[in-house]
Ligand binder design. Structure first.
Ligand code: NAI
Length: 473
């Protein structure tokens, strides 16, 4: 039997892998993409996209419930969870079907199976049908993503002790939801279920929610969560649980007080969502056996995405943080270009982050603290959504836009937004940071009125002491 050969084999069909395979196809490379589950990876199948469908629905549900403020009366507003789930699954189906179509349309072959690297240019695949096939390729791209971290004392049972995967597919709204981990997943899904009526408790190990995010932004989200009835327990570790006779679960939580003393608490819940992070899927692929460096599951690469073995590349979550779909896709494009012999590199200035809580948080570039830590003299402009006509008109005035710039050159170093449509608004900030734009570039650009985007223009002018709709310092 002759071994099939390719220019490149991409292992993993998530937003890193499928984008890489499509670009390779566009660049006339003979490419095989191997996926063990379904194309689209975590992002399309149970992560980014499905969760956004639930988030949007919960937002609409809440808006209708509180419609009286804006003159909409509706009685007996209910949520039909199975119907919502079917709608959400329809979106997943459309998107994964679209990806398959794009792979095919661009000449990339797709094979369902479990791949293992057996040489610097050799991949073995145990196909879904049970056959074992071996392929050769000039380049191998590892795009295997990351997996949910499980806490040993909270082994997933798929029903009451669950991870994000199950949490986006619940067919009932839990009465009491305990979220372990006040990070991105915990708060996004916590927001969803509290809007659907769950009593939500968040148990977070550290002293603050969303570690790494500007605390001014986090404070706005925390306030909103609490206002909607959530209980937030910080400096707290969930240690274990017991099942109660009525079917509920009692979770033992160890809470550290500011004086260092430790208190034991019991929190009763119907469902426990564990969201304490993801770990990279770099181990068990045969990489170490062929000399590829794997560090704590990550596969380190250089600035073109190449590992220490020149024919092997890595992209996305498995190649390093931040574990974000848009970073994976960009790396996929870069690596495809490099394999095809083009000049490309991972030379971006910053990677934006978007958190779909309510209100949303979106950030790009340096925070005020990070800039100061780098010894940069900064000027900061801030504009509250409460001063923006459009924010009032959509009845979402919590939050602000903050611009961090170099005090002397006025170069925009970072943009931090908490508030309505923050995740859409951040793209203008990302462009500014990427282009090394100055405050004046944003401030002097005419922004359409009345839009939320005016807030970024005003924040930039505020940093210059020239904002119109807020007092300057
Ligand atoms: P995360 O790293 O964002 O948050 C985990 C949280 O759990 C942290 O606050 C941590 O202090 C806390 N924690 C850890 N162990 C704990 C324990 N034993 N008890 C209590 N708290 C504990 O991880 P998360 O939320 O699971 O998200 C995973 C990844 O998925 C993130 O790295 C993120 O990159 C990605 N993601 C991104 C989204 C977005 O950009 N909108 C949405 C969802 C996920």
């Amino acid at each position: 039997m002759t071994t099939k050969t390719y220019d490149a084999i991409v292992i993993g069909g998530g937003p890193g892998g499928y984008v890489c395979a499509i670009r390779l196809g566009q660049l006339k490379q003979k490419v095989l993409c191997v996926e063990k589950d379904e194309v689209g990876g975590v992002c399309l199948n149970w992560g980014c996209v499905p969760s956004k469908a639930l988030i949007a629905t919960s937002h609409t549900f809440e808006k209708i419930q509180h419609g009286a403020t804006v003159g909409i009366s509706a009685d007996n507003v209910r949520i039909d969870v199975p119907k919502m789930q079917a709608w959400k699954q329809g979106i997943v189906k459309k998107l994964t079907g679209g990806v398959r179509g794009l792979l095919k349309g661009n000449g990339a072959e797709l094979l369902y199976g479990d791949a293992r690297v057996v040489g610097p240019n050799r991949v073995q695949v145990k196909t879904k049908e049970g056959a074992t096939e071996t392929f050769e390729a000039k380049a191998i791209v590892i795009a295997t993503g990351s997996s949910t971290i499980e806490i040993p004392s909270f082994k997933f049972d798929g029903k009451q002790i669950i991870g994000a995967k199950e949490a986006v597919s619940l067919h009932e709204v839990p009465k009491r939801l305990l979220v372990i981990g006040g990070g991105v997943i915990g708060l996004e899904l916590g927001c969803v279920y509290q809007k659907f009526g769950s009593a939500v408790t968040v148990v977070e190990a550290t002293a603050g929610l969303l570690p790494g995010v500007d605390p001014d932004c986090t404070a706005v989200v925390e306030k909103a969560l609490v206002k909607r009835g959530a209980t937030i327990v910080k400096n707290a570790l969930a240690k274990g649980y017991e099942r109660n006779k009525d079917g509920s679960i009692s979770v033992a939580v160890e809470v550290k007080a500011p004086d260092g003393s430790v208190k034991q608490e019991k929190i009763v819940a119907d469902v426990v969502l564990v969201a304490v992070g993801m770990r990279p899927n770099g181990a068990g692929l045969g990489l170490e056996e062929i000399g590829v460096k794997v560090e704590r599951g990550f596969v380190p690469t250089d600035n073109v995405g190449r590992t220490n073995v020149p024919s092997v590349y890595a992209i996305g979550d498995v190649s390093g943080v931040p574990m974000l779909a848009h970073k994976a896709s960009k790396e996929g494009e870069v690596v495809a270009e490099v394999i095809a012999g083009h000049k490309a590199a991972k030379d971006w200035v910053a990677i934006p982050g978007a958190i779909f809580t309510d209100p949303e948080i979106a950030v790009v570039g340096l925070s005020e603290t990070e800039a100061k830590e780098k010894g940069i003299d900064v000027r900061v402009g801030k504009f509250p959504f409460a001063a923006l006509g459009r924010a009032m008109a959509v009845n979402e005035t919590d939050g602000f836009i903050k611009v961090v710039a170099d005090k002397n050159s006025h170069e925009v170093l970072g943009v931090h937004i908490v508030g309505p449509s923050a995740t859409d608004l951040i793209s203008e900030g990302a462009l500014a940071v990427e282009m090394h734009a100055f405050l004046e570039d944003i401030g002097l650009t005419i922004h359409p009125h009345p839009t939320l985007g005016e807030g970024l223009m005003e924040a930039s002018m505020h940093a210059l002491g020239q904002a119109i709709h807020v007092m300057n310092r």
